[in-house]
Ligand binder design. Structure first.
Ligand SMILES: Cc1cc2nc3c(=O)[nH]c(=O)nc-3n(C[C@H](O)[C@H](O)[C@H](O)COP(=O)(O)OP(=O)(O)OC[C@H]3O[C@@H](n4cnc5c(N)ncnc54)[C@H](O)[C@@H]3O)c2cc1C
Ligand code: FES
Length: 260
């Protein structure tokens, strides 16, 4: 689908976790796919990529970690922002008995995917993990058949990681494929768990993006040159196995290697 650039009004800003915010806009992109992203532009601050957490209406979950994301979280209903979307390749249309695994704010695109499963009448199981309870997003408003929570410190749900739980779930009744989004080390462990269980997986990657449409080459991954913005951000576990830098390093805005 051809991306559009539109300026939309913020209709709601809600708490998604202690710090993260759910931004709802007065527009829809009904032709978008879960896993696709938008380049959000703020005047004087540039443009950055954010996953669609919902498409009708458009929703984003933003964690305030730097200047741009803090400015997004500080928007008030009635203010406007400009988005270019939908961009990239999203998750494939869910089939079977999907397991969705989200780490912290990385779970945002899986909320959209869980809603799609619900709409298609597919029974998906979501495992949402975070270091602590206050970093889990939207657990009280999560769509889909069943949802469980893990925290590293045991402050909510099962103590441990979402990957520990994924291994247990895959060892039980036959389930799959696995769809995951979160920190890359977590994605690496998800891919290994899915592989051991003989189940397909799709992972949503993040790399520093400038153009967002496959032109500048900034988001290319070694050694294949896979462009995360255009060939991803969602890629298969098999594709990730061919990427030397997956789980190892990324590049900053100047193109320097940064360990993960
Ligand atoms: C496909 C994709 C989807 C994303 N979805 C979300 C989301 O749903 N919610 C969310 O809160 N964040 C998301 N991000 C991250 C988001 O784009 C910003 O990186 C983040 O908000 C921090 O930006 P900042 O300027 O506030 O902080 P900064 O302090 O400038 O950056 C903090 C870190 O964010 C990363 N970063 C900064 N600029 C970019 C950029 N242009 N492209 C990619 N990474 C960058 C770098 O690793 C940097 O170290 C996504 C990134 C990608 C690539
Ligand atoms: S951000 Fe320019 S090619 Fe991906």
């Amino acid at each position: 689908m051809t991306p559009r650039q539109v300026t939309l009004r913020v209709t709601a800003v809600e708490a998604a976790s202690k710090n993260a915010r759910l931004l709802r806009l007065d527009g829809a992109m009904a032709h978008a796919r879960p896993g696709q992203f938008a380049m959000i532009w703020l005047p004087g601050r540039g443009e950055k990529p954010f996953s669609l957490a919902g498409a009708d209406p458009l929703e984003f979950v933003v964690e305030p970690v730097g200047d741009f994301s803090r400015a997004l979280c500080a928007l008030a209903p009635g203010e406007r922002l400009t988005v270019r979307a939908p961009l990239g390749h999203g998750f494939s249309t869910p089939t079977g008995q999907p397991v969705l695994v989200g780490g912290g704010c990385g779970a945002a695109p899986l909320r959209y995917l869980a809603a799609e499963c619900e709409r298609l009448g597919i029974s998906c199981h979501s495992i949402l993990g975070a270091a602590t309870a206050d970093r889990l997003i939207l657990t009280d408003r999560w769509p889909g058949a069943s949802t469980e929570v893990t925290t590293d410190d045991g402050s909510a749900g099962t103590r441990g990681t979402c990957v520990d739980r994924l291994r247990q779930v895959l060892a039980g009744e036959p389930r799959g494929p696995v769809y995951a989004c979160g920190p890359e080390r977590m994605l690496q462990a998800v891919a290994a768990a899915a592989d051991e269980a003989g189940v397909e997986c799709e992972l949503s990657l993040e790399r520093y993006m400038k153009c967002g449409v496959g032109v500048c080459g900034h988001c290319a991954m070694d050694p294949t040159g896979l462009l995360v913005c255009a060939d991803g951000p969602v890629v298969s576990g098999a594709t990730c196995r061919c990427l030397d830098e997956f789980g190892g390093y990324k590049r900053d805005g100047a193109g320097r290697r940064v360990p993960l």
